[in-house]
Design a protein around this ligand. Structure first.
Ligand SMILES: NC(=O)c1ccc[n+]([C@@H]2O[C@H](COP(=O)([O-])OP(=O)(O)OC[C@H]3O[C@@H](n4cnc5c(N)ncnc54)[C@H](OP(=O)(O)O)[C@@H]3O)[C@@H](O)[C@H]2O)c1
Length: 347
C-alpha cells in the first residue's frame, strides 16, 4: 500500500487518495481523490473526480460502499458546499453517515471556503485537516483563487551539495537519488506541460513523461515543450527525432514547431494560455531557469539536493541563490534518504 508521497509527510490513506487524483485531469475542475478506510486502516473504496459535470470523488465513494460509523473518509480538497452544478458533497457526507473526515486543504473557492467544514462540524462530524494535498495536486489553484493569475510555474531543480546541476565526470544524467526522481514523476503528473531549453534536450535526451507506478498510464501526459530560441540550425532534424515534443522557435510554425519569440516570456505565456495550460513545470537547464526567474514568473520551487559534491560541470550560479533569498519563502524540508528536498513559494 506504500507510495512515495508519504516521504512528503502525508498519511498513507491521503497519499493513496492523491495518487488516485493524479490518474485523471478533470479540466477545468481541480484534481480530487477520495478514499474510505475502516477502523483497521483497510481501504474500502477509492475514487476520483474524472470529468467536469460528473460525480465528485466523494459521491463515487458512496456509490461503491456503505459507510459505517467507524470509517474515515479522506478527501484531498474540502468537499463542496455549493450545489449549483452537482449536489453538495458536504450535505451528501452528512446523509451518508460519515463520522470522521480528513481533508487535504480548505477550498479557496468562495462558494465553499471553510463553509463545508463548519457544516460538517455542526453535524458532529470529526474534521481533521492534513494540509497541502490540493496544493500539490493543483498548483494553479491558489493563484487562481487569490485572483493573481490562472497559471502557475513550478521549478524543479536537481542540484549537488555544492550547487552544480551537471556533472562532467558522470555518465549518469541524474544528480539525485531514485526517491527524488519518483517525487519528480508525481510532480510531472500534475503538469500540463514540461518546459526545457534547447541545450537540455540535446545534452540529456530526456523522455519528459510520467514514469511512476500507479500513474504511468495516465491519458493526459504533460506536453513536452522545448524553448529552442532564435537559431534554426539542426531544428528540423531534432523536430523529426522528437516528433511528439512541441518546439517554440523563430522558425515559421509548421509540424511540431510553433513560431514564438522565446526571448519574450510574455509571448511564451500567451502560448501557454492559448493551449489552456495551467500548471507549467520548468525542468531547466540554467539558461531557462534564469530567464523565468528574471521575468518574475516562478511561483514555487522544488529543490532536490544530493549529499555529494561535483568538481566540474554547470554551477547554478549566483542568480539562483539571489532569487531565493530575495523573492521566496522556505515552505518545507523533507529528507529523501540521502537527498534533501526543500520547497519554496514566492513571497
Ligand atoms: N540538474 C537539473 O535539475 C537540470 C535540469 C535540466 C537541465 N540540466 C542541465 O542543464 C544543462 C543545460 O543548461 P543550459 O543553461 O546550457 O541550457 P538550457 O537552459 O537547457 O537551454 C538554453 C538555451 O535555450 C535557448 N532558449 C530559448 N529561449 C530561451 C529563454 N527564454 N531563455 C534562455 N534560453 C532560451 C537558448 O538557445 P540559443 O542560445 O540558441 O538562443 C539557450 O542557449 C544540460 O546539460 C542539462 O544536463 C540540469
Amino acid at each position: 500500500m506504500e507510495n512515495n508521497f508519504q516521504y512528503l509527510g502525508y498519511s498513507e490513506p491521503m497519499a493513496l487518495a492523491m495518487v488516485e487524483a493524479l490518474k485523471v485531469n478533470p479540466y477545468p475542475n481541480p484534481r480530487v481523490g477520495a478514499l474510505l478506510v475502516d477502523n483497521h486502516g483497510n481501504v474500502k473504496a477509492v475514487a476520483n473526480h474524472t470529468k467536469k459535470g460528473t460525480n465528485h470523488a466523494e459521491i463515487n465513494i458512496f456509490n461503491q460502499v456503505e459507510v459505517e460509523d467507524s470509517d474515515t473518509l479522506y478527501v484531498t480538497l474540502e468537499p463542496c458546499f455549493h450545489n449549483d452544478t452537482s449536489p453538495s458533497c458536504a450535505v451528501e457526507i452528512i446523509k451518508q453517515g460519515v463520522k470522521n473526515i480528513v481533508i487535504g486543504d480548505i477550498d479557496l473557492d468562495i462558494r465553499t471556503n471553510g463553509r463545508s467544514i463548519s457544516l460538517l462540524e455542526d453535524n458532529d462530524i470529526s474534521v481533521q485537516i492534513e494540509p497541502n494535498a490540493n496544493n500539490f495536486l493543483n498548483p494553479y489553484y491558489q493563484n487562481q483563487h487569490k485572483k493573481l493569475k490562472d497559471i502557475h510555474y513550478l521549478l524543479k531543480i536537481g542540484i549537488s551539495e555544492n550547487d552544480y546541476i551537471t556533472d562532467d565526470a558522470s555518465e549518469l544524467k541524474y544528480i539525485t537519488n531514485e526517491l527524488s526522481l519518483s517525487i519528480v514523476h508525481y510532480l510531472r503528473a500534475t503538469a500540463d506541460c514540461i518546459v526545457i531549453g534547447k541545450n537540455t534536450l540535446i545534452n540529456d535526451e530526456p523522455k519528459l513523461n510520467v514514469r511512476i507506478s500507479g500513474v504511468n498510464n495516465i491519458d493526459h501526459n504533460p506536453v513536452p515543450i522545448v524553448l529552442w530560441g532564435t537559431s534554426t540550425e539542426n531544428l528540423t532534424s531534432t523536430m523529426e527525432k522528437y516528433s511528439h515534443f512541441t518546439f517554440l522557435s523563430s522558425m515559421p510554425s509548421r509540424d511540431n514547431n510553433i513560431y514564438c519569440s522565446t526571448d519574450s516570456l510574455t509571448d511564451v505565456e500567451d502560448y501557454f494560455l492559448k493551449r489552456k495550460f495551467r500548471n507549467i513545470f520548468i525542468e531547466g537547464g540554467k539558461g531557462i531557469i534564469n530567464s523565468f526567474f528574471q521575468d518574475g514568473k516562478i511561483d514555487s520551487i522544488y529543490e532536490f539536493k544530493s549529499s555529494s559534491s561535483i568538481e566540474n560541470g554547470i554551477h547554478i550560479g549566483s542568480e539562483y541563490t539571489k532569487q531565493i533569498d530575495k523573492n521566496f519563502l522556505l515552505n518545507n524540508r523533507y529528507a529523501l534518504l540521502d537527498n534533501l528536498l526543500t520547497t519554496y513559494t514566492k513571497s
